[in-house]
Design a protein around this ligand. Structure first.
Ligand code: MG
Length: 462
């Protein structure tokens, strides 16, 4: 039973008492606050807001409450129904809407849902904007508009085909080259909206598609986070069917993980690395990912003569940094590809189309392509916070201890050693410290993580 209000939206479990869960009352309060904020921002003009949802079981219920609330607050609605996160973002841009609400709890289990809030560019609200929405959610002094001023539903449309067309018309997507390879692709979309859009996109690219978990009924067939331990079924099907690759997306289709022809993982971290390699091999430029992402992107960027910059964790931070340094490709190591030539949002459809073009041009297999990239191994660990652990003190002391090294403190503390790195940060959503390491072997990454877990305990006298 949880309700998490953060600057990036509101997230919670369905059912239970109001204020402790994502109940209808919480949804109304939060949607009202968002509409008030957008109205303030746009000088009181009549708003048009796009609403889209993933295939979660609670999606329609939450959608109906949000749509009704928007109308009651005087906003017009374009409802794109079952739609991916990147598709909803593109609908805001395409329709020149004033904002958007995406109904998805991303990779979280089925009892969760959430509202993600977009601005008029189809991008997530900034920290300051998110804070203003949270403040307005606690203010009950709002006067709702009168009967003549309530909003209307301007249109209901399936935006997914438009989004697919927009992806296919990118100059860097070579559909003809991909078609010639006649890739046989297994798709696992964990029974969410990816089960509709990813096979459709692949068929447009001339692929033979084998679907598993592609029925968008919201009954997730496995833990929906695209991590290797959750992807045993697709690995087996790829081997059995002699497929060229596997494509896995999370429930709202902003994360993309790829599987090799032998059932081994291409590695979620390497989705962005490979796509960036492709883009940079045709256009010189810079890249950005978050501090917890693989060093392989830095290496690949340097090999192409570009500059890599790290951003704080969180899509909005990555996007801000990308604009600042003029990055032509960026994203997150968790399979999130951001390609500004289409839009500033993680987009698995863009990832699939650019990746397959790259693989087609290379003329090799998945595992051969993977072998061309620097090999790094990650170790992802956490420590549960207790009253004995003073996170700020831990981070301060770590910074002092390693002052002679390359230290970045924009988000927790990241220490870049010549051969490996460690990133310590407090989670925004759970009472834990994350300890991520990366090194040239799994053993080295695990040993480095254990060493830092020991140092944290030492600082806290545990
Ligand atoms: Mg997601």
């Amino acid at each position: 039973m949880t309700l998490i209000k953060s600057i990036s939206g509101i997230r919670g479990t369905i059912g239970g008492p109001q204020g402790d869960n994502l109940t209808p009352i919480d949804i109304v309060k939060f949607t009202t606050a968002y509409t008030r904020f957008m109205s303030e921002k746009h000088g009181g003009k009549k708003l048009t807001i796009v609403v889209g949802r993933d295939a979660r079981i609670s999606g329609k219920m939450v959608n109906n409450i949000i749509e009704g609330t928007l109308l009651g607050c005087g906003a017009d609605v374009i409802n794109v129904g079952l739609c991916t996160t990147p598709g909803t973002e593109m609908a805001v841009i395409t329709h020149h809407a004033d904002g958007g609400i995406i109904i998805t709890a991303s990779h979280n289990p089925k009892q969760w849902n959430a509202l993600k809030l977009l601005n008029e560019k189809g991008e997530f609200l900034s920290d300051a904007e998110g804070k203003r929405v949270l403040a307005l959610a606690d203010d009950e002094s709002f006067d709702f508009p009168c009967v003549d001023c309530i909003g209307k539903v301007i249109k209901r449309e399936d935006f997914n085909p438009t989004h697919i067309k927009q992806v296919l018309s990118l100059p860097m997507v070579d559909a003809e080259a991909v078609k010639q390879r006649k890739f046989k692709v297994v798709v696992d979309a964990v029974n969410s909206v990816g089960g509709v859009v990813i096979p459709a996109l692949l068929r447009e690219l001339g692929c033979e598609v084998l679907e598993i978990n592609c029925n968008p009924d919201g009954h997730f067939a496995h833990n929906p986070e695209p991590l290797p331990e959750n992807l045993t079924e697709i690995a087996e099907v790829i081997r059995r069917e002699g497929a060229d690759l596997g494509v896995v997306v999370d429930p709202d289709v902003d994360r993309l993980a790829l599987v090799n022809e032998d059932g081994t993982m291409f590695g979620e971290e390497y989705t962005l690395v490979a796509v960036a390699d492709y883009i940079l091999s045709h256009t010189a430029g810079n890249t950005v990912s978050n501090l917890s992402s693989s060093r392989a992107l830095r290496d690949v960027t340097a090999a192409h003569g570009g500059t890599y910059t790290a951003a704080a964790v969180g899509e909005v931070n990555v996007v801000t940094k990308m604009k600042e340094v003029g990055a032509i490709i960026g994203g997150e190591g968790n399979g999130g590809v951001i390609y500004p030539a289409l839009h500033y949002g993680r987009d698995a459809l863009v990832g699939v189309a650019l990746f397959l073009t790259h693989l087609a041009y290379k003329g090799c297999s998945m595992s051969e392509l993977r072998a061309t990239y620097p090999a790094y191994f990650a170790s992802k660990n956490k420590i549960q916070l207790t009253p004995d652990i003073d996170v700020d003190k831990v981070l301060r002391e770590m910074k002092a201890r390693y002052a002679g090294e390359n230290v970045n403190d924009i988000d927790g503390v990241k220490i870049d050693f010549p051969e490996n790195w460690v990133h310590l940060r407090k989670s925004n959503t759970e009472p834990i410290i994350r300890i991520y390491t990366e090194a040239k072997s799994q053993d080295e990454a695990d040993t480095l993580a254990q060493r830092f877990i020991g140092e944290i305990k030492d600082i806290c006298n545990l």
